[in-house]
Design a protein around this ligand. Structure first.
Ligand code: ZN
Length: 279
């Protein structure tokens, strides 16, 4: 499933295709959304933002289209006369004079009033979105330190969209590795310095993944490995999907565990349980 950085890159492509352009077609498969199609096709897209794994496409008529791809939704950005040959079903279509943005397959799509977005249950619950809200490390630190998070494990929190909107499975392993923290400790067990480091690495790794198109590894290590002939899959991450391979930093074999049915990777030396004072 794509995570915040991948969704943000889709938002950029959608903006590049339709932002501030006269629209020739706006069409939805679902009748509830299609009721607004005429209004939307007579207005222009003024912004495309992400909220975790959802896209918010705002129009100048005061409506915003909320779309969440779930597991199978897929966007295509193509020339208007070159729709892809696919067996997927079209859910939302936007066309300018010469380009088309097409969303296929199961997705949740709602047309909402722009000034009442917070009433949507998903948006009301979503935590800070690192890529859209651009928080400072201090703001993120204060958010993390809220008592409601203290008793929960880092492994659980790093997938919780109320903790950080947009983090998912690969970011979870990568951020915890870079923060040097064991996945099973509770947030409340961490010192202020450790929570600051977690906040800082959350910002750095998410932003890096957005800029590089999914490479979270240290840029120097990734560049060296590429020069030595490594494929993208091998150089992409510090620990994620690297079970039983040597840690790029210390050479110890990376371990794989499952938490809440999802795989998590960590280095037992770079993320030692002794890092946390459990006295
Ligand atoms: Zn290591």
């Amino acid at each position: 499933m794509p995570e915040g950085p991948e969704i943000k890159r889709v938002a950029d492509k959608l903006a590049k295709t339709v932002l501030d352009q006269p629209l020739e077609t706006v069409w939805f498969a679902h009748p509830d959304a299609q009721r607004h199609a005429a209004t939307l096709s007579n207005s222009r897209v003024i912004s495309v933002k992400t909220r975790g794994k959802a896209l918010l496409t705002a129009f100048d008529c005061g409506l915003t289209v909320y779309s969440h791809n779930q597991l199978y939704g897929r966007w295509y950005f193509v020339a208007r006369d070159r729709h892809p040959k696919t067996r997927r079903s079209l859910r939302w279509q936007l066309e300018t004079e010469d380009r088309a943005a097409l969303l296929f397959s199961a997705s949740e799509i709602r047309v909402l009033e722009s000034d009442r977005l917070q009433e949507h249950p998903f948006l009301a619950r979503a935590g800070i979105d690192v890529l859209s809200d651009d928080p400072t490390p201090q703001q993120l630190f204060k958010h993390f330190r809220q008592p409601r998070f203290a008793r929960r494990s880092l492994a659980a929190l790093m997938l919780d969209q109320q903790f950080v909107a947009g983090t998912g499975n690969y970011l979870r392993s990568e951020i915890l590795f870079c923060a040097g923290l064991p996945p099973d400790c509770r947030l409340g067990e961490l010192s202020d310095a450790q929570v600051r480091k977690l906040a800082k690495q959350t910002l750095i790794i998410t932003q890096r993944s957005y800029e590089t198109g999914g490479i979270t590894n240290d840029p120097k290590i990734a560049a060296r490995m590429k020069q030595q002939g490594s494929k993208r899959a091998a150089l992409r991450h510090f620990v994620f999907a690297r079970a039983e391979l040597p840690c790029h930093q210390c050479g110890t074999l990376v371990r794989r565990i499952e938490t809440a049915g999802r795989r998590l990777y960590y280095c037992p030396v770079c993320q030692p349980s002794q890092a946390v004072d459990r006295a």
